[in-house]
Write a protein that binds this ligand. Structure first.
Ligand SMILES: *Cc1c(COP(=O)(O)O)cnc(C)c1O
Length: 367
């Protein structure tokens, strides 16, 4: 039987990519703010509805660079329900992560619990738009304004997500994207940083190129975060196909929801009014008592049927051995996140899933 994979990369047509490769070979400008790099930055600004965007070679370096650019120190409040890169970016800057529990509906950081985690060392909040669902950005900004904190959104899942017609990337001080192969829009490896003024964009561009400001001066201990021309060209091409891919994902999500509605003990998230979703994941939550099977049993049953799903996010970042000694990592501090991490499965979700595949996935639930 065909294996149904949890994700599949959106690949541009090879013939089109070959034409772009020919152009790169012809002009021999293969990296360092090349022509395709410039073009992709422009096109992404337009597509996403943002003003200032800097490309990066992956989605982790923009997080690390954002913290550098804003000179964040001390403690940063963040969520344990994310991919490890969120917390790692803090650690790589010598910043202490402080975990706050998540909201049971959105699964994003619970804005009501942020204030009590603030100390004199707190300098910023780093929320994540988990599965592309927008955080409570108004409440987070109100807290940030009250305490003089910066807000850096890890928007790795939120490519193209809008709320009330406005890109979520336009909130906070900086937002970051990942264009990793597993994401809705990919450049194989890649990422971007979105900021809101020209001065910050300039500083980010220095920082991602070793801190070089012109040929003869280095103004900051920067890093090498540059995206090369091949992946920029790949990105330009994929941008033409990403809307179709999102539309396909939306259809899959609709069928999943329709088929799973009647299954006792299985719940899922609904679309939010006024939000343009990107359907990057389809998480379901298993209530073991009502469903009669544990999350892990169901996960392995799918695997036995050649259906690859993913327990995402499990384990919580706060329970990895590298972070579990932090005070805020205690399970008693994170009851909602703990419960969600123990019940979640992300079902196969990508542009190549067919109706038959969905039926096969659903048949595992019904048997
Ligand atoms: C994918 C991801 C990242 C890191 O992106 P890379 O491009 O793999 O470095 C960061 N945060 C979240 C929430 C992610 O899902």
């Amino acid at each position: 039987m065909k294996t149904i994979t949890v994700t599949s990369p959106l690949l541009p047509p090879l013939a089109e990519f070959n034409e772009y490769l020919q152009k790169i070979w012809d002009n021999k400008w293969i990296t360092n703010n090349g022509l395709f790099h410039q073009e992709l930055e422009r096109k992404l600004c337009e597509y996403l509805g943002v003003k200032y965007l800097s490309l990066f070679t992956n989605g982790t370096l923009p997080l690390i660079t954002a913290l550098q650019a804003l000179r964040i120190r001390g403690e940063v409040i963040t969520t344990p329900y994310s991919f490890v890169a969120t917390t790692h970016s803090l650690w790589w800057n010598g910043i202490q992560p402080v975990f706050v529990d998540i909201d049971p509906t959105t699964l994003n950081i619970d804005a009501n619990k942020i204030e009590r985690a603030i100390t004199p060392q707190t300098t910023a909040i780093m929320p994540v738009h988990v599965y592309g669902n927008p955080c409570d950005m108004e409440a987070i900004q109100a807290i940030a304004d009250k305490y003089g904190l910066k807000v850096i959104y890890d928007a790795a899942h939120a490519f193209g997500v809008k709320t009330g017609g406005e890109s979520v990337l336009n909130f906070g001080d900086i937002s970051t994207l990942s264009f990793h192969a597993t994401k809705t829009y990919n450049t194989i490896e890649g990422g971007a940083l979105i900021c809101h003024d020209e001065g910050t964009k300039q500083r980010i561009d220095y920082l991602k190129n070793f801190g070089f400001a012109g040929e003869v001066d280095v103004v900051a201990p920067g890093i090498n975060g540059k995206m090369d021309e091949m992946r920029a060209a790949y990105g330009i091409l994929n941008l033409k196909y990403v809307d179709d891919a999102i539309a396909k994902r939306q259809k899959i999500a609709a069928i999943y929801r329709q088929r799973l509605k009647g299954v006792e003990g299985i719940s899922f998230m609904e679309d939010i009014e006024q939000v343009r979703h990107n359907y990057s994941y389809f998480p379901i939550f298993v209530d073991q008592c009502k469903y009669g099977m544990s999350r892990d049993e169901l996960y392995f049953k799918m695997k036995d049927n050649d259906i690859l799903s993913r327990r995402y996010f499990y384990p919580l970042i706060s329970s990895f051995s590298t972070y579990r000694a932090l005070d805020s990592a205690a399970t008693s501090n994170l009851p909602v996140a703990t419960k969600v991490a123990n019940s979640v499965i992300c079902l196969p979700m990508h542009h190549e899933i067919e109706q038959d595949d969905v039926e096969r996935v659903i048949s595992v639930f019904n048997r």
